[in-house]
Every structure is written in C-alpha cells, then in structure tokens.
Ligand binder design. Sequence first.
Ligand SMILES: Nc1ncnc2c1ncn2[C@@H]1O[C@H](COP(=O)(O)OP(=O)(O)OP(=O)(O)O)[C@@H](O)[C@H]1O
Length: 228
Amino acid sequence: MTPDGSLLVAQDLHKTYGSTPALDGASFSVHPGEVVAVMGPSGSGKSTLLHCLAGIVTPDAGTITYAGREISSMSDAQRSALRRSDFGFVFQFGQLVPELTCLENTALPLRLNGVRRKAAERTAREWLERLEVDDIAAQRPGEVSGGQGQRVAVARALVASPKVVFADEPTGALDSLNGERVMELLTESARSANTAVVLVTHEARVAAYSDRDIVVRDGRARDLEYVV
Ligand SMILES: Nc1ncnc2c1ncn2[C@@H]1O[C@H](COP(=O)(O)OP(=O)(O)OP(=O)(O)O)[C@@H](O)[C@H]1O
C-alpha cells in the first residue's frame, strides 16, 4: 500500500502501438474497496489503461505499483501469479469456457489456485446463488442467456476473493434492465468483500454505480471534477 492508502497506482504511463499513441502520460489510483469508473470516448485509451493496470500489457514508460510492488519490474510468471491470486476479470463477451458448465467455469479460478474440486465447487455454488443464477449451474455457456452468462462471469471474477476486479464494458452486450442488475450485483458483492473495482464504460448509467469517475482523453486520465 502507498502512503496515501492506495492499493494500485499508475504514474505517467505511455504506450504506443506502431505510430498510434494509446496512452500519453496517464496516471491513476484506486483504494481498497473503491469502485472507480474509467470513462472517455472510443479510442481514448481506456482498455489499454485497464490492461496495463492488470499487468496484461506492459507500458513503454511509467510505473505501476500494486500493494507496494512494482508490477512492470516483475517477471511474466510473477505477473501471472499475481493475476491469479489477487485480480478478477469481467469482459464484455466470450470469457466463459464453452466446454465447462457454469459451475465449473465459476470454480475455475479456485481450481487454478490449487483448491480441490469439491471445495471449489461448493464456494462457486454460493457465488452463483448470490448472483441469482444457481439454477443454471449445470448448463454450458452456449445454453444460457447473455445476462445469465455475465452473472456467471461476475461470480467467477469474485469467487477467489480478489483484491481488485477489472471490468471492461461488463454490461455492453446486455439490455438496460439486465445491465443494471449485473452492475448492482457486481458493486454490492465487491463492496461487501472490500474488493476494488476498475470499471471501463462509456455509459453514464453504468458509471453511476461507482464511487469516483475518471475520464481518459487522448491517452491521459483525469478525475472527472477536473475535466468538466
Ligand atoms: N493491440 C493493439 N494494436 C494496435 N493498436 C491498438 C491496440 N490496442 C489499442 N490500439 C489503439 O490504441 C488506441 C487506444 O485504444 P483503446 O482500446 O485503449 O481505447 P478505448 O478507449 O478502450 O476504446 P473503445 O471505447 O473503443 O474500446 C486506439 O487508437 C486503438 O486503435
């Protein structure tokens, strides 16, 4: 943790793809248990920022510190281990493994962390109940609705008690009613577990579930109150 109590801090990130600048001096921080929405126009660098924060993409310059450890100086193996132990992920589409049942999908992060099948599936079932989709536990992702699939994805993101959940347009493929319920369940569950959420969205309706909004423009991130 940093002196101001932040869990995850990025400073002055730069990232260029070929000649396209994606991040151009972006800074960001999130406290334990805080829900931060990252907003901004298409192509402004939101997903790149999220992927850098999660240790999926390495920035060209800048520093990212998680719980006092510098992510960019870790080895790939250390970063993968950190993602498995401390981070959860929810994306817009296609994140569930099609061959596994919804219960097995939800239990997967625990299984990857070495938890035995029975115990992992017991915890996974509790999360499916919490997300109101325990009735589809035995079905495969191809057999459930988009809204049900996203609830399973949220259950899976939270099942291993992560410190941070990264969510990139988690309700982008849902109608507004389903989207709002998924956001309610995600933020309620995260708050009760003191899990921070970094939420990329272009919808103000979704960002309304956050404690704080930041805006990314031209690869630079700012707190909303400094922008408007
Ligand atoms: N893997 C990549 N290869 C090449 N260019 C990329 C890659 N990822 C992102 N970019 C470019 O970097 C810039 C920022 O992209 P990014 O996806 O971070 O923006 P975004 O704000 O998340 O956009 P959207 O809201 O449309 O998802 C864009 O110009 C994009 O085309």
